[in-house]
Design a protein around this ligand. Structure first.
Ligand code: A3D
Length: 317
């Protein structure tokens, strides 16, 4: 059986970590494309030369030619500018739309059977554009945002409760913007509702709510918090890990349930837009969208988030 092939479009900060993680996990052979000459070649050579130390054996190649992505099973797109302090993700739309247009044309021409995972921002708009230009079926074009947003939410809960992050379960829905929807009602520590644990900890319902509200706020602004600290770019380790988790679920047909920016056709009351929802990811990409009842407050937050996505997508020329 042929080895799987992963193509990375964009060899910057996230692209480099994606390549290293894909190699460490031996997900398949990896090719990295970038328009900067020498950058993808240098990064891939650097990673390849440590295979004997890390114990991986896969073919790693850097390229400036789309022809080299031929036969890719999964393509992960990070091409595009990242945010600088003071910028919102939406400020990137004009420049990154142009980049995404050329990237999607390259994928369409050279990896027509691939599954595409977009990371470039503004995420919801870039996934929409990528699907439109490739013309690939919706189950084959998705975006990474929710795995990371949920991971951030889980991290803050674990820190607050002093428990292992491995035992925290929580999820965010909606767009990858300041209006994302962290689901408080379903946040749990091995099934025990987080709100119940907070109320026990503080012996005060109002205080527990205040603490949770602060975690929700920090989750919504977590990307910006990293940008403000780094000053020269945005988070890169965490988005790379998150996208690799999605790619792995597809490549190994794991059928993991992961919050995914997926095209909705009526689910959660949304039709014709890409929005973050829990999806089963397997060998056919998005194999199912797990729909469930939102309460009035959650639905109102979802509606607000979806409205922001619609406005963002509508602003694309
Ligand atoms: P960066 O390190 O600047 O890398 C981007 C790379 O894209 C550079 O190496 C460029 O040379 C390359 N590039 C530019 N134009 C093209 C093109 N036409 N074709 C191919 N490659 C090109 O950025 P980064 O890796 O830190 O971030 C990449 C993107 O991910 C940005 O848009 C970020 O905003 C976004 N991002 C998304 C998340 C999510 O969770 C969704 C998180 C963090 C960053």
């Amino acid at each position: 059986m042929a080895r799987k092939k992963i193509a990375l479009i964009g060899g910057g900060q996230i692209g480099g970590v994606l390549a290293q993680l894909a190699a460490l996990r031996e997900l398949g052979d990896v090719v990295m494309f970038d328009i900067v000459e020498g950058l993808p070649q240098g990064k891939m050579l650097d990673i390849a030369e440590v295979g004997s130390v890390d114990g991986f054996d896969c073919c790693l190649k850097g390229t400036n030619s789309y022809e080299d992505i031929q036969g890719a099973d999964v393509v992960i797109v990070t091409a595009g500018l990242p945010r600088k302090p003071g910028m919102s993700r939406d400020d990137l739309i004009e420049v990154n739309s142009k980049i995404m247009t050329s990237v999607a044309e390259g994928i369409k021409a050279h990896a027509p059977n691939s599954f595409v995972i977009v990371i470039s921002n503004p995420l919801d708009a870039m996934v929409t554009l990528c699907q439109k230009i490739t013309g690939f079926p919706y189950n084959r074009v998705i975006g990474q945002a929710g795995v990371l947003d949920s991971a951030r939410f889980k991290t803050f809960i674990a820190w607050e409760l002093g428990v292992s992050v491995k035992d925290v379960n929580a999820m965010t829905l909606g767009g990858h913007g300041d209006d994302m929807v962290p689901l408080v009602r379903y946040a749990s520590v091995n099934g025990i509702p987080v709100m119940e644990l907070l109320e026990k900890k503080y012996k005060d319902k109002a205080k527990a709510k205040e603490v949770m509200d602060a975690m929700v706020k920090r989750t919504r602004g977590a990307g910006g918090e990293v940008v403000a600290l780094l000053k020269t770019g945005s988070a890169f380790y965490s988005p790379a890990s998150s996208a690799i988790c999605m790619a792995e679920s597809i490549l190994k047909d794991q059928k993991r349930v992961l919050p995914t920016c997926a095209y909705l056709n009526g689910e959660f009351g949304v039709k014709g837009f890409y929005v973050g929802v829990p999806c089963v990811l397997g060998e056919n990409g998005v194999e199912a969208i797990l729909e469930f009842e939102l309460d009035a407050e959650e639905q109102a937050m979802m509606d607000k988030s979806v409205a922001a996505v619609k406005e963002l997508v509508g602003s694309m020329k």
